[in-house]
Ligand binder design. Structure first.
Ligand code: RB5
Length: 149
């Protein structure tokens, strides 16, 4: 199950991506926003991030105008590794190296077709573990204040 959410700046892109995800037979839970609603980006970020860390959804997609605000907000939730991407290469590597669990994009930054390519690159990638696992563990330690630098 994939959790998806957006603010008012990205409703059209969310709807396009929901159709694309349906064509990939991916089950989605839509946390809004809906057409005509004004929603501050921390709200969908918190809802989607919580669904992911609680295990109700395996991963999430968050969209706002730039993808920046909503990725900052999602990364405030312990256990979230959200990446804001505007091209497929970073999206793929964010999964392979950083084990990203939420993909963020900006509806005012990427067009619909590019957003689908970015999403596909992310969905099709797998976390590689290995040498990356220690670094991801450091991120978790930073969240709980046990990381020393
Ligand atoms: C909303 O106008 C806009 O600020 C928001 O979608 C996002 O771009 C913030 O990072």
């Amino acid at each position: 199950m994939l959790a998806i959410g957006c603010d008012h700046a990205a409703v059209d892109l969310k709807n396009e991506l929901l159709a694309h995800l349906a064509s990939r037979q991916m089950e989605c839970f839509d946390f809004g926003a809906r057409e005509g609603e004004k929603v501050d980006y921390p709200v969908p970020a918190c809802r989607v991030a919580t669904a992911v860390v609680e295990g109700k959804c395996e991963r999430g997609v968050l969209l706002c105008g730039t993808g920046v605000g909503i990725s900052i907000a999602a990364n405030k939730v312990r256990g979230i590794r959200a990446c804001c991407c505007s091209e497929p290469f970073s999206a793929k590597l964010s999964k392979q190296h950083n084990d990203s669990n939420i993909l963020c994009m900006g509806a005012r930054v990427v067009g619909t077709e590019l957003a689908k390519m970015i999403l596909d690159a992310w969905l099709d990638a797998e976390y590689e573990g290995g040498r990356h696992a220690d670094r991801v563990a450091m991120l978790a330690a930073m969240e709980v204040g046990t990381f020393r630098c």
